[in-house]
Design a protein around this ligand. Structure first.
Ligand SMILES: [Zn+2]
Ligand SMILES: [Zn+2]
Length: 445
């Protein structure tokens, strides 16, 4: 840690200047990944000469991140977390003896929710979301099985339970160095538990700004391209959206961002052209507007959703739009865990048993680990092995919570906030009204 302090000023300058350059590069082509790659190298070379500019931006970023700062444990020393990320990532892992040549991105099957683990060749780990609370134990097992013993960067895209619920378990089970979240608050118990758990540990809370780029290893960077605005009444559209780059391979992790936010990200001219898209909002029809898909133009689209989920994710139209732009679609509800490996130039998609965590069949799973299987074969087998997944079954036309007097369409975004034990189903609109419930103003049931 002490040694790393030497690098703090230097690395923060790199980051701040990355941000400055990212801002200026917004005017240029958003699809030119080669150009931005060169810029990162330039940043390293020129970072010591432009102190004035860096200072200005630094002040600026403090202003915009007031909201997130308030959540941090105030006792903590006043170190900026982007410093921590850069130092941790660049220097602490160099002692690792085991060298892996590829980057691995795991889309973990957490049922209805999101959880993505990224393992860099140097052994750094990033976890984007942790699925719902009841998938926490399964997630921990999966992470341990991948050899994870520390999370360098944990991202909580937005406060919905299907994204942060499982993170509480993760924080309690692993060392977490840094957390990046939207800074948007929520009223649920899960969110409060998440905050309390973070505050109870020595975790750096990253004060980010949109467009900010972080180094995460050799030839690895990630950029926060959203949320362009923070709005606590629109949690999905306040999702952290990350553009991740390993050499020539690019990934866009869209959280639950919907079309409104997708439009704003396009307007921001951020580079989002990606090989792999983690489709926003579980493939719902509220996401993946055609303009956005064109800008991302993914060759691989991954949808994380629960098998036979009550929201109807993913939506048929979204699937069609993705197919139309030429993306190959992979879905956790159909195939279980999906692991994408990248050597920086090409991506290989590995599906199926090799990476599926099946609690009762651990031996069998590891035996298959050496075998390469075709996705078709595996998909079928996965469907069989993943039968234990728990999903709230639909028992009516409309749904509400026993803790409120509002009823919704099952696919309304607010329904996912209702805890399973509080769910109440209605067979018709009249049924709901007669029980004293009023229609939700968002989904108009
Ligand atoms: Zn979600
Ligand atoms: Zn959400």
């Amino acid at each position: 840690m002490r040694l790393n302090r030497v690098f703090h000023l230097f690395t923060s300058l790199i980051i701040i200047l990355s941000f400055a350059l990212a801002l200026t590069s917004c005017e240029k082509s958003q699809n030119n990944s080669v150009e931005s790659e060169t810029k990162i190298i330039e940043i390293e070379k020129t970072s010591t000469t432009e102190e004035t500019e860096a200072e200005e931006i630094s002040t600026n970023s403090q202003e915009t991140s007031v909201e997130t700062t308030t959540i941090t444990n105030e006792e903590k020393e006043n170190k900026t977390l982007q410093d921590e990320i850069a130092t941790e990532v660049t220097y602490t892992k160099t002692e690792t003896t085991e060298k892996k040549s590829s980057l691995k991105v795991h889309f973990i099957n957490v049922g209805q929710g999101d959880s993505i683990l990224i393992q860099t060749p140097e052994g750094n780990t990033m976890l984007i979301d942790g699925g719902p609370r009841d998938s926490g134990a399964k997630l921990i097992s999966y992470l341990k099985k991948q050899g994870v013993n520390k999370i360098n960067v944990m991202v909580a895209t937005h406060p919905h339970e299907d994204h942060i619920g499982g993170l509480i378990n993760v924080i309690n089970s692993f060392m977490v160095d840094n957390v990046i979240d939207s800074g948007v608050r929520h009223t649920t118990k899960t969110y409060k538990d998440y905050l309390t758990t973070i505050q109870s540990k020595d975790i750096n809370y990253v004060n980010w700004t949109v467009g900010q780029q972080f180094e995460f290893g050799k030839n690895i960077t990630f950029t926060i391209v959203g949320p362009t605005t923070k709005n606590s009444s629109d949690l999905n559209n306040s999702s952290i959206v990350i553009f991740f780059k390993y050499n020539k391979n690019t990934f866009l992790f869209a959280g639950d961002a919907e079309s409104t936010e997708e439009g704003k990200i396009i307007s921001s001219k951020a580079n989002i052209n990606s090989d792999v898209l983690k489709v926003g909002h579980h493939g719902s029809d509220s996401s993946c507007c055609s303009k956005f898909l064109k800008a991302v133009s993914p060759t691989i689209a991954v949808i994380s959703s629960g098998k036979s989920n009550s929201y109807g994710h993913p939506n048929d139209l979204t699937l069609k739009n993705l197919t139309n732009i030429g993306a190959k679609i992979y879905r956790t509800d159909l195939t279980g865990n999906i692991v994408i490996e990248s050597d920086g130039n090409t991506t290989t998609v590995t599906l199926g048993k090799l990476y599926i965590y099946v609690e009762t069949k651990a031996t069998e799973t590891s035996q298959v680990a050496e075998t390469t299987q075709s996705p078709e074969t595996t998909a079928t087998e996965t469907t069989v092995t993943e039968t234990t997944q728990e999903q709230p079954s639909q028992q009516g036309v409309y749904v509400g919570s026993i803790k409120s007097d509002v009823f919704h369409h099952p696919n309304c975004r607010y329904v996912k906030n209702i805890l399973p034990e509080n769910i109440i189903w209605f067979v018709s609109r009249e049924d709901a009204l007669s029980k004293g419930y009023r229609p939700c103003k968002v989904c108009n049931p």
